[in-house]
Write a protein that binds this ligand. Sequence first.
Ligand SMILES: C[S@@+](CC[C@H](N)C(=O)[O-])C[C@H]1O[C@@H](n2cnc3c(N)ncnc32)[C@H](O)[C@@H]1O
Length: 172
Amino acid sequence: MTGAKTNPRKLRSQRRRSRHGCWNHLIVAPLWVAYDANLGTLLRTCDAVGACLAVPRTEHYRKALTVGDTLRGRRPCIHWVAPTKEEWLAEQRAAGRRLLAVELADDATPLPRLGPAREPTVLLLGHEHHGIPDQVLAGVDGCVEIPMVGWGASLNVAVAGSLVLYRLAGLS
Ligand SMILES: C[S@@+](CC[C@H](N)C(=O)[O-])C[C@H]1O[C@@H](n2cnc3c(N)ncnc32)[C@H](O)[C@@H]1O
């Protein structure tokens, strides 16, 4: 029979039995994202696709992730961004990771043309109102843009990040 919902227990038994370790291959970095609900949504997407989450080591992010954690303690690997965002980004680059910004920008790659991540990648997401700071955008290795045909200027940041993560993880 088709169309019946799969039993959640059966679903879990088909997936990994414990939370994933740090693969360091795909790290989503919502370094400017302000709203708790968006951070909670991104945490769940990281779990779903096997990505790590990187956030600044501040009380705001700590609290947001505690409130938004619906994974019953089995949340994905979290990287604490310190001492500053700029220094952390420089470290990622020095470690050989590609910095990819999710942003509406000139010369951005449209999402349908983005392939699965073949190299270690840090995915940057911007602030709900101000986006990714210009000086950061100027230093990334590439931008990816999600085409839109509607009237709205942009997508919700957690939706945008999730769409790109699925693509990079090779699951869509
Ligand atoms: C609500 S948007 C920010 C809009 C802001 N007014 C601006 O001018 O950048 C928040 C973040 O979501 C992501 N985003 C939203 N829609 C997007 C799209 N269509 N393509 C790529 N990124 C998008 C980007 O990371 C962006 O910084």
